[in-house]
Design a protein around this ligand. Structure first.
Ligand code: ADP
Length: 642
C-alpha cells in the first residue's frame, strides 16, 4: 500500500522566513533548542489544562515530559513531548500554510538589520520559533498525534518551497520533532552540550526534560549498554523556588519564555503571599525599547496557574488594566482547578489576588522610580500613557499613581541633566513659589508649541513652574488626579485660572473691564459664531489675546487628536480673552469709541482670533482671509515707511 502523501506549498512569507534561517550567518544557532523545548512545554501545559475539563483526556499517571533523544548513528536529534499534539489540519496550518502575522513582522524587523548582523534571537518573539529548527537541520520531520485522536501524521520538509504530510504511527499522544542535523552541527548530539543548553535556556521549564543516555553495566562478557533517561533540568516551577536559589539568568530566561521579548526585563518582583488567598507571583516590567515590536506577537499579560497547573494566558482579571504592560505568572493554591473566565470575573478570591498583585507592582514601580531614575524615565516615556489611564478610572490608587507621574516642565527644559529631564509632582511641589497655590500645566502637541504659549505669560511673570503635557491622555489623567500633596492641578488654558492678585492688579482689572465694556461686546458680536464670551484676561502680559477653555469644555489639543482619529467632535465655543494692557487693544478701544461700526475693529478682531488659533496649533477656518489681511497690513506698514 502506498501512503497517501500530500504536498503543500509554504505560504510565501513562511518561505522567506525559512530562506533567511537556512542562509543565516548567525552564529548563535543553539537557540533552536530553547524554541523547540518552549513549544513542547506549551503543548504539555495546554494538554494539562484541557484534561481538567475533558473527561476523555483524563491523564491518570501518564508521563508529562519532554525527551531529548540524540542518535549519533543517524545524525538526528529528536524532541518528544506527551503534549496536546496536532491533527493533520493543525500540522498543515501551524507549520506551514497560515503564516502568523508575526512572519511578516519578523521579516521586516530583520530587514532593518545589516546583512552580517541579522539577529535571529528574535525568532521566537514573532511566533515563528519552530522554523529555528532549520538553523541546525537541513531536514525536519514532525510526527504528531493529537490528544483524543487515534491517528498520527508525519510532517516533513527540507525547507525548499514545500512540505509533505502523510499518515504515520505514534503509540501515544504528543509530538516528536526529528532534526536531521547538518554535518557541521553534530555537537548537538553530545550529552554535555545538551545538558549545558537546557540548564542555560530551559531550566525554568516545570516539566521534566529527560535526556536519553547510554548506560554501561557489567564487565567483561557481561558488559551491556542500556538505554536510560536522565532528568537534566530542575523541573520545578521557578516561582516556587526560593529567591536565593535563582540566578538573574534564570529569571531572565523565564521572562523570555513567557513574553518572547528578546530584551531583558526592566525589573521583577517575586513574592509569596500567605493569608486568605495563598499564592505566589513572579512579575516583570518590560523595558521601554521597541514597544511596537513587543506588541506584535509578544505573549500578553499574566499567566494564571493553579497549583502549578497552567490555566490561562493573559488573565486580565488578575491585574488592573492600567498595569497591562506587566508580564509574569501568578500561581494560586486556593482557586479551584476548573476555574473558568466566568468564575474569575466575579470571584472575591480573585479580587483579593488582584489587590495584592496591584500593590506589588506599584511597590516595584516605586522602587525603580526611586533607585533607577534614567531607567524609569525611559520606561515612563514608553508605558506612561497606559499607567496614566488609571488616574481617570481607578480612584483607589490615585495617590500612588500620582507619585509615579513624570512630566516635562518649564523647569526641566532648563535643567535637562536633572532627573533624566523629567519632574515628578513631588519635585514640582518642592519648588513651588511663595503664594503659589496650585500646580499649573498646559496641554498641547509639543514642547515647542507649549513653551511659547501666551497662556503662560502671567505664570512666567510670577516665576511659577508650568508642566508641559504633550500626551493626549494627560489632561484626562490630570482631571482624575485633581490634586497632589494637597495642591490642586490647574490648567493654565482653562477659564478659572484664579491667580492670586494684588489689590493694585485687581483695581486695574476692574477699571479695564469698565472702560473696555463696549469693545468687548462689539468683539463678541463679531465672533459670536466661534466664541462663547469675550473677556478681559489676567493671564496675558505680552500677547494681545488668547483662547481659553470654559467650564466643562475640552482642550483644543484633545479635540484635534480625536478629530485625527476619526471621532466626530461637536464644535466647542471657547472663551476669547484679551489683554487690556496691550497697545493694540487700547487703540481698538479708542477707534471703537469714535466709530462703533469701524471696519478696522471688525477686521482686527477677526485677525486676533485667527492668531490665537494659530498659536494654539489649531487650523484656521479661512486661511485665505487671514493671508489677505496680513498682506493688507504689510502694505499699510510698508507705505508708512516711505
Ligand atoms: P509559537 O509557538 O510562537 O506560536 P511556533 O512557530 O514555534 O510559534 O509554533 C507554531 C505553532 O505550532 C504553535 O503555536 C503550536 O500551535 C504548534 N506547535 C509547535 N510545536 C508544537 C508541539 N510540540 N506540540 C503541539 N503543537 C506545537
Amino acid at each position: 500500500m502506498t501512503t497517501p502523501e500530500t504536498t503543500h506549498r509554504f505560504q510565501a512569507e513562511v518561505s522567506q522566513v525559512l530562506h533567511l534561517v537556512i542562509h543565516s550567518l548567525y552564529s548563535n544557532k543553539e537557540i533552536f533548542l530553547r524554541e523547540l523545548v518552549s513549544n513542547a512545554s506549551d503543548a504539555l501545559d495546554k494538554l494539562r489544562f484541557r484534561a481538567l475539563t475533558e473527561t476523555g483526556l483524563a491523564l491518570g499517571d501518564a508521563a508529562l515530559e519532554i525527551r531529548l533523544i540524540p542518535d549519533e548513528k543517524a545524525g538526528t536529534l529528536t524532541l518528544e513531548d506527551d503534549g496536546i499534539g496536532m491533527t493533520e489540519a493543525e500540522l498543515v496550518e501551524h507549520l506551514g500554510t497560515i503564516a502568523h502575522s508575526g512572519s511578516r513582522a519578523f521579516l521586516d524587523a530583520l530587514q532593518k538589520q545589516g546583512e552580517q548582523k541579522k539577529d535571529l534571537t528574535l525568532i521566537g518573539q514573532f511566533g515563528v520559533g519552530f522554523y529555528s529548527a532549520y538553523l541546525v537541520a537541513d531536514r525536519v520531520e514532525v510526527i504528531s498525534r493529537a490528544a483524543g485522536s487515534a491517528e498520527a501524521h508525519r510532517w516533513k520538509s527540507e525547507a525548499k518551497d514545500t512540505f509533505t504530510v502523510e499518515p504515520a504511527e505514534r503509540a501515544t499522544r504528543g509530538t516528536s520533532v526529528i532534526l536531521h542535523l547538518r554535518p557541521e552541527h553534530q555537537e548537538f548530539l553530545t550529552g554535555w552540550r545538551l545538558r549545558e543548553l537546557v540548564r542555560r535556556y530551559s531550566d525554568f521549564v516545570s516539566h521534566p526534560i529527560r535526556l536519553r543516555v547510554e548506560k554501561k553495566t557489567g564487565e567483561g562478557d557481561d558488559a551491556k549498554t542500556e538505554l536510560d533517561f536522565e532528568t537534566i533540568n530542575r523541573a520545578s516551577a521557578l516561582w516556587q523556588r526560593s529567591k536565593s536559589e535563582i540566578t538573574d539568568e534564570q529569571y531572565d530566561e523565564l521572562y523570555r519564555h513567557l513574553t518572547h521579548d528578546q530584551a531583558k526585563p526592566l525589573a521583577r518582583t517575586h513574592f509569596q503571599i500567605e493569608g486568605t488567598q495563598q499564592f505566589s507571583g513572579l512579575l516583570y516590567l518590560p523595558q521601554s525599547t521597541d514597544r511596537d515590536m513587543f506588541q506584535v506577537e509578544g505573549k500578553k499579560g499574566i499567566r494564571l496557574f493553579v497549583k502549578r497547573v497552567f490555566i490561562m494566558e493573559d488573565c486580565e482579571e488578575l491585574i488592573a488594566p492600567w498595569l497591562r504592560f506587566v508580564r509574569g505568572v501568578v500561581d494560586s493554591d486556593d482557586l479551584p482547578l476548573n476555574v473558568s473566565r466566568e468564575i474569575l470575573q466575579d470571584s472575591a478570591a480573585v479580587r483579593a489576588i488582584k489587590r495584592q498583585v496591584t500593590k506589588k507592582v506599584l511597590d516595584l514601580l516605586d522602587e525603580v522610580a526611586k533607585e533607577r531614575v534614567d531607567d524609569y524615565a525611559a520606561f515612563f516615556r514608553a508605558h506612561g500613557p497606559i499607567l496614566k489611564s488609571g488616574l481617570a478610572t481607578d480612584y483607589d490608587h490615585r495617590e500612588r499613581l500620582g507619585a509615579l507621574l513624570r512630566y516635562q516642565s518649564s523647569y526641566t527644559v532648563e535643567h535637562a541633566d536633572e532627573n533624566a529631564g523629567l519632574t515628578s509632582l513631588e519635585q514640582y511641589v518642592s519648588r513651588m513659589k511663595e503664594g503659589q497655590e496650585a500646580i499649573y500645566y498646559v496641554v498641547g502637541e509639543s514642547l515647542k508649541a507649549l513653551s511659547g504659549s501666551p497662556h503662560l505669560e502671567a505664570l512666567r511673570q510670577r516665576n511659577y513652574e508650568v508642566i508641559y503635557m504633550t500626551d493626549p491622555v494627560d489632561e484626562w489623567a490630570a482631571d482624575g488626579l485633581r490634586e497632589f500633596s494637597g495642591k490642586p492641578l490647574v490648567s493654565a488654558m482653562r477659564a478659572d485660572l484664579k491667580l492670586q492678585e494684588s489689590e493694585e492688579e485687581k483695581k486695574t482689572k476692574e477699571e479695564a473691564k469698565g472702560s473696555l465694556g463696549p469693545l468687548l461686546s462689539a468683539m463678541h458680536e463679531i465672533l459670536k459664531e466661534n466664541v462663547r464670551e469675550v473677556r478681559v484676561s489676567d493671564r496675558l502680559t505680552d500677547s494681545p489675546a488668547c483662547l481659553v477653555v470654559g467650564e466643562g469644555g475640552s482642550n483644543a489639543f484633545l479635540e484635534r487628536v480625536l478629530k485625527e482619529r476619526g471621532h466626530a467632535t461637536p464644535k466647542q465655543k471657547r472663551i476669547f480673552e484679551i489683554n487690556p494692557k496691550h497697545p493694540l487693544i487700547e487703540k481698538m478701544r479708542s477707534i471703537h469709541a469714535k466709530e462703533a461700526a469701524s471696519g478696522e475693529v471688525i477686521s482686527w478682531t477677526e485677525m486676533l482670533y485667527d492668531q490665537a488659533l494659530l498659536t494654539e496649533g489649531s487650523a484656521l477656518d479661512d486661511p485665505q482671509r487671514f493671508a489677505k489681511r496680513v498682506a493688507e497690513l504689510l502694505t499699510v506698514a510698508a507705505a508708512g515707511k516711505s
